[in-house]
Design a protein around this ligand. Structure first.
Ligand code: A3P
Length: 340
């Protein structure tokens, strides 16, 4: 029942990954450097590939997407957690990791749980990073592999599309994604004279120029698959998850094949996982240290709220984004739920 992974990459693994990233960059650079290019948020450039903007020289990047498409083999039992950056990826990773692996830790003290010492990103990998690994992340052939991804639906490797495996998508209000991305990018920009202004961030976002964006195309791609194939794709919103985390976690657990039993319900297992993965707990656990790729752990935990955009967007900015959302999501009931 458990999904074995390696919480926390060893330094040696990371050195191997860095070397592999350089090799992959060299292999694909002649192709992607001819693609349309824009200035990046966290990386120097963004390249447009298959209709979406991707970072480069990064573990989740145009070159690792291309390499993943060329080499990754999905299994029908795999589970993919798809998101746009800043839509709740870290939280979703934590919830699914804790749920899928709960039997492994149930008789141990809470302090022994990997999420009490490691960033969720070190517990559950991005599929885009598998091409960098010297050995595969998942070593137990009897349990489903669980990967996260920022890839748009239409860019997923053919084997993922063909395998019929389950996908969970989490979407977040675009205005909160913009604000979250703005703060995250500035945290990673080491020189203060390099800091982005919110006006520039807003303009890039409205043009669709964000890592893995345009926002609207990414969300719509997965949303439509969820409508057509609800058994295959579960569509969640950050806002709904915030409103009633326990209720949504029960549905999520069932969808990914780890439903809570009556006995577990009676013991308060659902609430335990909700609390383990709460913003407050994860922020405290991750207040120090950094991922092996150098991003400080605390950068993934800022406010954790719905509607912080009200503190950043002018009325005019909000109206412009609402208008774009209305146009892009025309005919989809997404407009009335999380996205405005
Ligand atoms: P804010 O910047 O609005 O606070 P991602 O994980 O996709 O990078 O998204 C990061 C956003 O999710 C940040 O939003 C972060 O604070 C929020 N977040 C991280 N962990 C969370 C949790 N356990 N519960 C709710 N929100 C969380």
């Amino acid at each position: 029942m458990s999904s074995v992974t390696k919480p926390g990459l060893e330094d040696d693994d990371y050195q191997g990954e860095e070397a592999n990233l350089a090799l992959i960059f060299d292999r694909y650079k002649d192709r992607f450097t001819s693609f349309p290019k824009e200035k990046g948020w966290m990386t120097e450039d963004l390249y447009k590939y298959q209709g979406f903007w991707h970072q480069s020289k990064n573990v989740v990047s145009v070159e690792t997407v291309m390499a993943t498409q060329d080499t990754f083999q999905a299994l029908p039992t795999d589970i993919y957690l798809a998101t746009l950056p800043k839509s709740g990826t870290t939280w979703l990773k934590a919830l699914v990791f804790a749920t899928a692996n709960r039997n492994m830790y149930k008789d141990k003290p809470l302090s022994a749980h990997p999420l009490q010492t490691s960033n969720p990103h070190s517990c559950l990998p991005f599929v885009e990073c598998e091409v960098l690994r010297t050995s595969p992340t998942y070593v137990n052939p009897h349990s489903p592999r669980i990967f996260a991804t920022h890839m748009p639906y239409t860019s997923l490797p053919q084997s993922v599309l063909d395998s019929g495996c389950r996908i969970v998508y989490m979407c977040r209000n675009p205005k909160d994604v913009l604000v979250s991305l703005f703060h995250f990018a500035n945290k990673l920009r080491v020189n203060s004279h390099d800091l982005m202004t919110f006006d520039v961030a807003f303009e890039m976002f409205t043009k669709g120029v964000i890592p893995n964006g345009p926002y609207w195309d990414h969300v719509k791609g997965y949303y439509k698959v969820g409508l057509e194939q609800p058994k295959r794709l579960m569509f969640l919103t950050y806002e709904d998850m915030k409103m009633d985390t326990a209720k949504k976690l029960r549905r999520l657990a069932k969808f990914v094949g780890y439903p809570f039993t009556e006995e577990e319900e009676a013991k308060g297992m659902v609430e335990e996982i909700v609390s383990l993965c709460s913003f407050e707990n994860l922020r405290e656990v991750n207040k120090d240290g950094a991922l092996s790729i150098g991003i400080p752990n605390q950068a993934f935990f800022r406010e954790g709220k719905v509607g912080d955009w009200r503190n950043h967007l002018t009325v005019e900015m909000s109206q412009i984004l609402d208008q774009i959302t209305k146009e892009k999501f025309h005919g989809l009931d997404l407009i009335t739920s999380a996205c405005m």
